[in-house]
Design a binder for this molecule. Structure first.
Ligand SMILES: Nc1ncnc2c1ncn2[C@@H]1O[C@H](COP(=O)(O)OP(=O)(O)O)[C@@H](O)[C@H]1O
Ligand SMILES: Cc1ncc(COP(=O)(O)O)c(N)n1
Length: 282
């Protein structure tokens, strides 16, 4: 009999351009060797230049998706991405409790507090931010905001490593077990430094900054790679280390697609000859 892989659940939105959201999560889970389960929260109309709109999935359907896979297949780790509305956030908070997902529970839970796309288009209704703070962050094993999300959640404008540490402390006050402050948006820095903190242990993940505009889906890919490694039984610092290694290769090999921002690539895990270069087509 073939081995059954561990499972990871993503609770997130669809990106029609395939670069971010549930599409990025599923291919990252696959590349990291876990079976991906999905609870879709919203359908975005999106391409490389922006998000022109989205439709939410009814909250009870989000709950039903989580219940269905948790009860039958079992979840070894879970993550959230785009949640769109306060009603969906409340539904997710109850459903993860029921499935024994969350900090101080059996199954690790990564919260990526997605608020906007990298083009600046909103993916979360403004009034839903408070629901992320009060209903989701207390349940998170790990919350992994980028610097824009840090500013929205805490009001802190991170400009250097000292600010990152202060922001991590402020985020811990909302109740997550660990905070990962991602440094990708500190564009003046020649390194890409992410800071992990649980109130006692600080770990910095210092990597090269690749000179590319094509980083669409980077945050989703990092959070999914971390979730996959948590599903495989790693502790949070080791899972983040594995996730950071994974995303570095994905950014290093990101590609242009469409007129705007191209996606980070997990194709580096495939043999080069299995991917044909589309730019040679015309
Ligand atoms: N140009 C880059 N080169 C290397 N790593 C990057 C680059 N941009 C972002 N990263 C890494 O990708 C991950 C996502 O970062 P970030 O851009 O901060 O979040 P988001 O994609 O959610 O906006 C982080 O681990 C960050 O260090
Ligand atoms: C459905 C969905 N989820 C998440 C993102 C964030 O990704 P990015 O910051 O790379 O635009 C997105 N654009 N779309």
């Amino acid at each position: 009999m073939t081995a059954t892989p561990r499972t990871a659940l993503t609770i997130a939105g669809s990106d029609s351009g395939g670069g971010a959201g549930i599409q990025a999560d599923l291919r990252t889970f696959f590349a990291c060797g876990v079976h991906g389960l999905t609870a879709l929260t919203a359908v975005t109309v999106q391409n490389s230049v922006g998000v022109s709109g989205f439709t939410e999935i009814p909250p009870e359907v989000v709950t039903a998706q989580i219940d269905a896979v948790a009860n039958d297949m079992g979840v070894d780790a879970a993550k959230t991405g785009m949640l769109a509305t306060a009603e969906i956030i409340s539904a997710v908070a109850s459903a993860v409790d029921a499935a024994d997902i969350g900090r101080n529970r059996r199954i690790p839970f990564v919260v990526d507090p997605v608020a906007a796309s990298m083009h600046g288009d909103p993916l979360l209704r403004a009034e839903a931010l408070e629901a992320i703070r009060t209903e989701l962050l207390p349940k998170a094993t790990l919350v992994a905001p980028n610097l824009d999300e840090v500013r929205l959640l805490t009001g802190i404008d991170v400009r250097n490593a000292e600010d990152s540490r202060k922001a991590a402390e402020a985020l811990l006050d909302f109740g997550p077990q660990w905070v990962l402050v991602k440094g990708g948006h500190l564009s003046g820095d020649s390194r890409c430094v992410d800071l992990l903190f649980d109130g006692t242990h600080i770990v910095t993940f210092d990597g090269p900054r690749y000179d590319t505009p094509h980083t669409h889906g980077g945050g989703d890919t990092l959070a999914s790679a971390i979730t996959a490694h948590l599903a495989k039984g790693l502790g949070v610092p080791d899972a983040v280390a594995a996730g950071k290694k994974f995303i570095e290769r994905c950014v290093a090999e990101s590609y242009a697609l469409g007129a705007g921002v191209g996606p980070v690539s997990p194709f580096w895990r495939l043999r080069p000859e299995s991917v044909q270069d589309r730019s040679q087509d015309r």
